[in-house]
Design a protein. Structure first.
Ligand code: 5CA
Length: 439
């Protein structure tokens, strides 16, 4: 993509409405634009990041054996009356009346709808286990939407729902998601800490939040330092094996949030040198809630003895749009965003220091074509701007690599390659610079 043609409305001044760094950087880099309170449009740069995050989430859900569906954003109130949540959900639910006077709502979550889909087509224990997920916009009329897309009213969530014949089956599904979440966040370059959690309005009796460390986070995290050293992607994770021992080993290490934190237990269980007391952002939340929805909604299957029993369910959410902000909170410096490779909107930013110079322009065009030919995503700053502006913009948007081409270097056959993370710069021949950028 040529920056001269790209819609990337950057802002120099710090937006006054933004209280936290991710919100400021997303506005300044032209990733998002507020439409109304807590509701945002995603502009090209932000949308690329959102899609990358979504794709990692999808791949790890699929790997765990879950199947993707797509349910609507607008739901009928009927099912919510049956589950008892239509009134219980309160003012956070956006209620809508259609032209026939029927009560509808913009879904804040999908337990009711998926249970209804399941029950009309599944009749026997032979048809379970099943895990169905979708990635869809949700609406929650938060009292105080804030921090940009981190606590929005409309936000993109991955929500997965598991159906099993009994508790043991449901626990297996829960464990699969537990592992899938650790893998998902690790692939995004994040350390996610699984924390015992309260279940809130979703209900149920087993729940973990996944929290990534960031100083501006809303949750307090207390855990053993070993959590932070664990290499999730280096583990051989076979979803057919019994994951219970792996997870038991993990959860044995103290990891609690605000609500569940007991300082006396923490001090007893964790030696002082291993105590991590930090703040973090909740990016995922998983729940086992048994028959809380299957009973009132009549999602029954025949067990091997021929009796009709309600299925055991769990639900598993990831804040896909929140992650875009959370990653920035976890990875930035004074100059801007530092994208982890896996979610970066482009792999490399090509900076032409002197767009008016024919030799520079020719060299950049060649590099641009070569990189694109190799399937590498390049943002080419071909604008007629001062070098300082180009450097500042490129640092602000945080692409992993910057390839800098100027007339003086070119005379020696050299270009400069800069790593955004850490800022290391190298003068290299064009060929060796290109080979460093190739996959
Ligand atoms: N049905 C369950 C799991 S599928 C559920 O709704 N869980 S939740 O309420 O915990 O939300 C799941 C994830 O969505 C959260 O961990 C968080 O990352 C994200 N999320 C929740 N509320 C918001 C919000 N207002 N803005 C942005 N992301 C949010």
């Amino acid at each position: 993509m040529r920056l001269s043609a790209y819609f990337m409305p950057t802002i120099k001044e710090t937006p006054s409405e933004a209280q936290i760094v991710s919100h400021r950087l997303m506005l300044r880099s032209g990733m998002i634009r507020q439409a109304s309170a807590g509701i945002y449009s995603w502009l090209p740069l932000g949308f690329r990041v959102l899609k990358n995050i979504e794709q990692i989430v999808r791949e790890e859900q699929d790997r765990s054996g879950a199947q993707e569906v797509l349910m609507p954003t607008i739901q009928s109130a009927d099912l919510w009356r049956q589950s008892g949540r239509y009134d219980a959900y309160g003012p956070e639910m956006l209620r809508i009346e259609d032209r026939h006077g029927r009560d509808m709502l913009y879904g804040p979550t999908n337990e009711e709808l998926i249970t209804d889909i399941f029950k009309t087509s599944v009749k026997s224990y032979r048809d379970v286990p099943k895990m169905l997920y979708h990635i869809q916009w949700k609406f929650r009329d938060e009292v105080r939407p804030r921090f940009g897309i981190m606590r929005g009213r409309e936000f993109l969530m991955k929500d997965n729902y598991s159906f099993d014949i009994d508790y043991e089956g449901a626990k297996r599904a829960y464990n699969k998601m537990f592992v899938a979440y650790l893998r998902t966040f690790a692939r995004m370059g994040l350390k996610a800490i699984p924390m015992e959690a309260d279940t809130g309005p979703i209900g149920g009796n087993l729940s973990h939040e996944f929290i990534i460390l960031a100083d501006t986070g809303e949750s307090a995290v207390y855990c053993h330092g070993d959590f932070l050293d664990f290499d999730v992607l280096g583990q051989d994770m076979d979803y057919e094996q019994d994951l219970e021992p792996v997870i038991a080993e993990w959860t044995a290490l103290y990891a609690r949030t605000d609500e569940k934190h007991d300082p006396a237990v923490f001090e007893k269980e964790v030696p002082e040198c291993n105590r991590v007391e930090r703040r973090g952002i909740e990016v995922g939340h998983i729940f086992y809630f048994g028959t809380k929805y299957s009973e009132p909604l009549g999602a029954l299957v025949a067990n091997p003895a021929g009796e009709q029993v309600p299925v055991h369910m769990g639900s598993y959410g990831i804040g896909v749009s929140r992650l875009a902000g959370a990653i920035i909170e976890a990875s930035h410096d004074d100059n801007g965003i530092i994208w982890p490779e896996a979610v970066a909107p482009f792999h490399v930013g090509l900076i032409n220091l002197k767009a008016a110079d024919p030799a520079c322009a020719k060299a950049c065009e060649d590099i641009y074509a070569t990189l694109r030919g190799a399937g590498i995503e390049v943002l080419y700053d071909d604008r007629d701007e001062r070098a300082g502006t180009k450097f500042a913009d490129m640092d602000l948007i945080g692409l992993p690599w910057q390839l800098i081409v100027g007339p003086r270097g070119l005379e020696k056959g050299q270009v400069e390659l800069k790593r955004r993370q850490g800022g290391a710069r190298e003068e290299l021949s064009l060929d060796s610079a290109l080979s460093k950028l190739m996959p």
